[in-house]
Design a protein around this ligand. Structure first.
Ligand SMILES: [Zn+2]
Ligand SMILES: [Zn+2]
Ligand SMILES: [Zn+2]
Length: 119
């Protein structure tokens, strides 16, 4: 898995004579972009085992918010926290999706695709 690059199609502006009679209408679709494959693969959201960053507990650190890795289920601190363990974990392991471990928050975030979905 992985390594697939999405190539956007560039529409170059054509120079030359405009073609009268051809009306190009751009239909604006309000559809939401589909969740990425990582987010679609989440069938059941893993809840936090405890309301604590496992890495901060070990080093006596503090955190602001908590995130739970949806690959291995560990709970780490968010990017507003001094140690940003969730981001570091995602980078180190390649685990793409975290869920907010904050009570009342119901969203998932995919690091590689920078995408958030509510659930
Ligand atoms: Zn993704
Ligand atoms: Zn932490
Ligand atoms: Zn993980």
């Amino acid at each position: 898995m992985g390594g697939e690059l999405r190539h956007g199609h560039r529409r170059g502006s054509r120079k030359g004579a405009p073609q009268p009679g051809i009306l190009v209408t751009h239909e604006v679709t309000m559809a939401q972009p589909a969740p990425c494959a990582h987010l679609q693969a989440i069938a059941e959201v893993k809840p936090p085992k405890s309301q604590a960053c496992e890495a901060c507990v070990e080093i006596g650190g503090t955190w602001v918010h908590l995130r739970t890795c949806q690959q291995c289920g560990v709970t780490f601190c968010c990017d507003s926290s001094p140690n940003r363990h969730a981001s570091r974990h995602a980078k180190a392991t390649g685990h793409p999706v975290i869920a907010s471990a904050e009570p009342g928050e119901r969203w998932l975030y995919c690091y590689p695709d920078d995408q958030v979905v509510q659930y």
